[in-house]
Ligand binder design. Structure first.
Ligand code: PAF
Length: 284
């Protein structure tokens, strides 16, 4: 039986009584198989006696485009039924007004890892993500928290925040879950038209085509970028756009000038106003 709470004080008091370890899966709802995998991983980590917590909160301060926030799907009752079926113990479903005072003015800000990729094209997005994640850690005090590797820049920033701000929680990255045709699962996929959905595996194919150049020993990052760009744009739908395509060092997330250590080719693409991200790590 799942305990559902929207108040900070009530979730805290119920969590005090539940057995540790506690694993948290932070989400914005619109749960799909990828989230369910995170919940299953959480259960595996804490065992049958431990506590699995999900937070479902569409965090307004991480949206850089108001239309993205208003169109974000929020099928809460369906989400809670899925959580119940996965044996989640506690769902924290706060209201924005109870988390953010009307004059809130403190944010968690990164000054390095967020400068490229999604951070460059979505101003303020990662400040919003880091701030809510830190707030959730303070409110819920989990022993561990699980995030999908699909959002690899987000995951890198959360690792960095936990290290730099001495937060006592173990962060676990869970592998990206994909459809059979290679499309990474995302709550945004359900907003694609059937034609866009059928086309969307091009993103994964383009990244894989670039990765296939690595065994040749090619060290020029531009060659990888050109190959990926070519496959992304080849006979693409008219309303398909590349938001960014970058090849960055896997640890510093800074663009590389020579490909000699593990690097990540990452992209965000738009089908109309639906923005999809994906990445691939490439080893020299
Ligand atoms: O990845 C997400 O769904 C969100 O960015 C997160 C981590 C739940 C913070 O709102």
């Amino acid at each position: 039986m799942i305990h559902r709470h929207s108040e900070v004080s009530s979730v805290r008091s119920v969590l005090k009584k539940l057995p540790r370890p506690h694993a948290l899966v932070p989400t914005m709802g619109a749960l799909h198989e990828g989230h369910l995998e995170l919940l299953r991983a959480a259960r595996e980590h804490v065992g049958p006696e431990g506590t699995v917590i999900i937070s479902i909160f569409v965090n307004p301060i991480q949206f850089d485009r108001p239309e993205d926030l208003t169109s974000y799907p929020q099928p809460l009752e369906q989400d809670l039924a899925l959580c119940e079926a996965e044996g989640v113990d506690v769902a924290f479903v706060p209201e924005a007004a109870s988390l953010y005072a009307s004059d809130h003015s403190i944010l968690v800000t990164d000054s390095l890892l967020s400068k490229h990729l999604c951070g460059a094209t979505r101003p303020g997005h990662f400040d919003g993500v880091l701030t809510i994640v830190l707030k959730l850690f303070h409110i819920l005090h989990p022993d561990l928290a699980i995030f999908g590797k699909k959002d690899f820049q987000q995951l890198a920033l959360i690792h960095r925040m936990v290290r730099d701000l001495n937060v006592s929680v173990k962060i676990i990255g869970h592998p990206t879950v994909r459809e059979e045709d290679g499309l990474a699962l995302s709550s945004r996929n359900r907003r694609l038209t059937p034609a866009h959905r059928a086309d969307a595996p091009r993103i994964r194919r383009a990244l894989s085509a670039a990765r296939d150049l690595a065994p040749s020993g090619e060290q020029n990052p531009q060659v990888y970028l050109d190959a990926a760009r070519h496959h992304l744009l080849l006979e693409a739908p008219a309303d398909f756009k590349i938001d960014y395509l970058e090849f960055v060092d896997s640890l510093s997330l800074q663009p590389i000038s020579k490909f000699v250590s593990p690097a990540t080719l990452a992209t965000a693409c738009l089908y109309g106003d639906v923005r999809l991200i994906d990445h691939i790590e490439i080893l020299p």
